[in-house]
Each structure stands twice: as C-alpha cells, then as structure tokens.
Ligand binder design. Structure first.
Ligand SMILES: NC(=O)CC(=O)C(=O)O
Length: 280
C-alpha cells in the first residue's frame, strides 16, 4: 500500500537486474499500488501534459530516472492513471509507461481490455466500474533489438492484439499482469504459451508476488516463453527476478520448422493486421 516504498523497492530490484546484465527490465501490473477498484482513484497519477511535474506523477519521474541510472529499457509495469481531460471527461486508466536508457518516455499503453469477470464462488472483479479502456495497440522499436509490443494482463486473452503486433514485426510480447488464484491456475501459463504458439515470438509475463494479506491475491509465476512455446523459466509465487537471454535466430528457426507465416489463408479469412474485415 505504500507507494514511496514500492518505488524505492522497484529501484533496488531494477538496479540488481541491471547489474546482473539485464538490458530490458519489466515490472508487474500496478507495481506502485494495491490492485483493486477501490484503490485506483486514490493512487492515480496524471501524466499530461508530458512530461508531468514531479507532483503530478512521482512514478513517471522515478521510472525515468531509474531507466537512466540502470541504463536499461524499463517497462514500468502499470500504474493507475488519471486523465484530467475536460471536467466531465475525468477518466482513470491502467497504464504502462516504457522508458529508454536515456530516461526518455518511449511508449504509453492503456489496458485495452478491462478485467470484468464473475466466476461464482471464486472471483468477481469489474475494472470497468472505475477504469476506462485504452484504444490502441502498443508497438515500439528498440534500435538495438527490434520491435516489441506491450499490453496489460487481461489483454493477453485477446489473440487479435498479439497477432497484429507480431505481424507488424514484434519479436517479443510483454504483459505486465496480475492473474489470481483462480484464473492463474487455469490460464496464466496456457495463455503465455498460446500467444507464443500463435505468433512464434517470445512472450514475457511479469506478475506481482502473491500477498495473502492483500485483498487481491496475485498468481505470481512471472515467466518467459520462447517462440516454440517452451517455458524458458518461470518464477514461483514469491518475489523474485527472472533473467533470460533471448536468442537471435530462434524465431526464424521456429518459423522455418512450422511455416505458419506462409500458410495463412487470407482468401478464407481476413488479415486483421492489415485492417481486413470479415464479410459474411
Ligand atoms: N487481472 C487481469 O486483468 C486479468 C486476469 O486476472 C485474468 O484474465 O484472469
């Protein structure tokens, strides 16, 4: 619950990861606040005008400084964001900020698919009670490495978003996310491997550790999956840092073996990555 502590703890862990050789570091969904509809308003920060003042967004400044200090690309998990807009258009978003090693903001992704579920006797959650959805796919080009895509948690359940990003050239799909004890056990690894299989790209999921005293118990189990859907490494539910080196050539090798990319039937169904529409 302590934002200042969360920011300074993130700094310690990111600096450790950088020291161990990481070049791109990912933090979990809502890394600076508890995850829950009643917390988003209280913890929300304003990002506009860009750059925001320190007072408007302490997390923006902490992440920007940290990316520079650690000399890494930093995908800052996500934070609750308030868009002041016009008075009657005050909206909250679940937003991820990515910074370059220079400290420059490279991309902003607002969670596109809001987490509204109701599994009787297990879990009910309705982000749309307080959040508004983002409306774009977030793809960015890292000059030394290539294109990556960033989306948040529930977004992973929607294959269109991943497929469009991959077909536009992303080699890595990153999802800061906080599944829970019900859906985590059922779908977390399955979805990471599914998106890797569909698109033959690397997939990285980064979850908060599980806190049983919190109202929302995150699944944990951050992982990296390769283009062949092999789980390269998976953490458990406790706090940890996962470091993986992605292999150049692995995507080409996978696509050579199972050549989905040349076998699509856009004469039968549309190419969603090019705005194709299904006509009955
Ligand atoms: N928390 C989420 O956004 C998604 C989730 O927990 C799920 O899809 O399950």
């Amino acid at each position: 619950a302590d934002k200042a502590h969360n920011l300074s703890h993130a700094r310690t862990k990111v600096l450790e990861a950088a020291k161990a050789g990481a070049k791109l570091v990912v933090l979990p969904e809502c890394f600076n606040s508890p995850y829950g509809t009643k917390y988003f308003d209280k913890y929300a920060e304003t990002l506009l005008p860009s750059p925001p003042s320190e007072e408007q967004s302490p997390s923006f400044h902490a992440l920007s400084k940290l990316a520079k200090e650690a000399n890494v690309y930093l995908v800052g998990g996500s934070i609750p964001e308030r868009d002041e807009g016009s008075k009657d258009d005050k909206k909250l978003y679940n937003t991820s900020l990515t910074f370059a090693p220079s400290g420059e903001l490279l991309a902003t992704h607002r969670k596109v698919h809001l987490f509204d579920i109701d599994i009787p006797g297990k879990i009910k959650f309705k982000e749309s009670e307080v959040l508004s959805p983002g409306n774009k796919i977030t793809l960015l080009d890292l000059p030394e490495y290539g294109k990556i895509a960033i989306a948040i948690c529930y977004d992973i359940r929607f294959p269109e978003l991943a497929t469009i990003a991959a077909r536009k050239g992303a080699f890595l799909l990153l999802y800061p996310g906080a599944f829970n004890l019900t859906t985590g056990a059922l779908h977390w690894e399955l979805l990471a491997r599914a998106r890797a299989t569909d698109n033959q790209v690397y997939v990285g999921l980064c979850s908060p550790a599980r806190a049983m005293k919190a109202e929302y118990n995150a699944w944990g189990h951050s992982m990296v999956v390769d283009p062949n859907a092999a789980v390269l490494e998976q953490l458990d539910e406790k706090e940890g840092t996962l470091i993986q080196e992605l292999q150049a050539g692995k995507i080409e090798e996978t696509r050579k073996g199972v050549p989905l990319y040349g076998q699509r039937r856009f004469d039968v169904y549309p190419d969603v990555s090019r705005g194709g529409k299904f006509e009955e």
